[in-house]
Design a protein around this ligand. Structure first.
Ligand code: SF4
Length: 423
């Protein structure tokens, strides 16, 4: 959207109070995201009364999910664009305002991003590289396929061209993403598919430059096969980092979730990764309070977490919605029990993280410097820390340069973050 708008002559400014047009891009995957989106909309809509704002636009998953009913309840908003209409943003803003306009074409109507789609990355040293849109799976708790459509993959050639452009623009880390990144290429025609897969894509990006990091997020247990693990192991510029959301460990709950693996498969998978790449960083996501989750199911999951000892773990409480297949399952868990389980899980993980962080003290790692906080103090990340979701490293340094790699000796460990100095 930023690229489209800049191409049509709009200036992008960070302060909404000084903007003529405010655009709020929303998430609505879970109830807390819906609440956050609505709060942000209501707060910023005040600027229509007190600031310069003449037009107020809401885009993304919130209008996609709640359709025209949103226009009836959020009357401050001038136009709503769903996930199939991002490319229409400049067109909507260059024609006269139609109060309550709702553009909600099917998500598949959104043209796939290509290397010549104008982009304005909002990050500094790291850029996201989106390789697919949508998802073909049917996890019973997930509305993403409904909001973003079925899986559509870009071609390797096109992604490579975008990667080259980002690298030549100075980005040092490319983070390969999709809703289900491990399935990259599976939607392509059978004659094309054998040569198009996530390992193949990573290999091709890896050949572009040795002076970058490549990382992929949102893998899945069943697509993390030996070939993918070997590809990571064999390429120094691909971070030895595996983000594999498992959601649960109990076979009964996994089956109800529509996820096709079990605890033994998971134990074998993570063991295999560590056998091939002993220093690999493992990240996962867990859901607590899924309908039917008993104390035993929860204990089983907790034990798995304690056995595998993930380097990073995100957890959230099951979020119900009438349209989801999981809504019709029996045994919905009271909120207070789900919250208690989340607390127990995160307390266990915080001990594991703190222990793992202690082990980094004294080691020297290449770190991508991302921000200067004050004179002599920077922040950055090592290859075992993904942007936004994992911890960071506070760097004491006189000469670190934002956007460059630096060798950092770790001097202290906090619960999730680290502290270090340039060597
Ligand atoms: S694989 Fe991920 S995006 Fe796809 S349906 Fe399952 S949870 Fe949703």
């Amino acid at each position: 959207m930023l690229g489209e708008l800049a191409a049509k002559g709009f200036s992008i400014i960070p302060d909404p109070a000084k903007a003529d047009i405010i655009i709020v891009n929303t998430c609505s995957f879970i109830e807390s995201a819906v609440d956050e989106s609505v709060d942000e909309i209501l707060e910023l809509a005040e600027l229509k009364k007190t600031g310069r704002c003449k037009r107020f636009i809401v885009t993304g998953c919130l209008p996609e999910r709640f359709r025209e009913e949103l226009a009836a309840s959020l009357t401050e908003v001038d136009a709503f664009l769903g996930t199939g209409a991002y490319h229409k943003i400049a067109e909507v803003l260059t024609r006269p305002s139609e109060k309550g306009l709702c553009l909600l074409p099917p998500p598949a109507a959104l043209p796939l991003q290509t290397h010549d789609t104008r982009r304005i990355p909002s990050t500094t040293a790291m850029a996201y590289l989106k390789v697919t849109e949508g998802c073909n799976r049917h996890c019973t708790y997930c509305m993403i396929p409904g909001l973003r459509g079925t899986l559509r993959s870009r071609t390797i050639k096109d992604i490579e061209a975008e990667a080259r452009h980002l690298i030549s623009s100075g980005f040092k880390e490319l983070v390969v993403i999709g809703q289900d990144t491990g399935c990259y290429g599976q939607d392509l025609a059978p004659n094309v598919r054998p040569n198009v897969s996530l390992p193949r894509l990573l290999e091709k990006i890896s050949e572009i430059s040795t002076d970058i990091w490549i990382r992929f997020l949102y893998g899945s247990p069943d697509t993390t096969d030996k070939r993918l693990i070997r590809t990571v192991a064999d390429h120094e510029n691909i971070c030895s980092y595996f983000d594999i959301p498992i959601q649960h460990a109990s076979s009964r709950i996994l089956k109800r979730m529509g996820r096709h693996y079990d605890e033994n498969y998971l134990l074998h998978l993570f063991d295999n990764i560590r056998k091939i790449i002993p220093e690999a960083a493992l990240r996962t996501t867990i859901m607590v309070g899924f309908p039917g989750e008993t104390d035993n199911d929860f204990e089983q999951m907790l034990n798995l977490i304690k056995t595998i000892k993930f380097d990073h773990l995100g957890a959230f409480i099951y979020s119900d919605s009438e349209g989801l297949p999981s809504h019709r399952l029996s045994g919905h868990i009271p909120t207070n029990i789900a919250q208690e389980r989340l607390h127990v899980l995160m307390s266990a993980q915080s001990k594991i993280s703190a222990e793992k962080n202690q082990n980094h003290i004294g080691h020297i790692y290449p770190v991508l410097v991302e921000e200067q906080m004050e004179p002599g103090l920077f922040t950055g990340r090592s290859s075992f820390q993904a942007p936004e979701v994992d911890g960071i490293i506070y760097i004491d340094s006189k000469d670190a340069v934002v956007g460059k790699f630096a060798d950092i000796r770790i001097t202290d460990a906090l619960e999730y973050d680290l502290r270090g100095e340039t060597v």
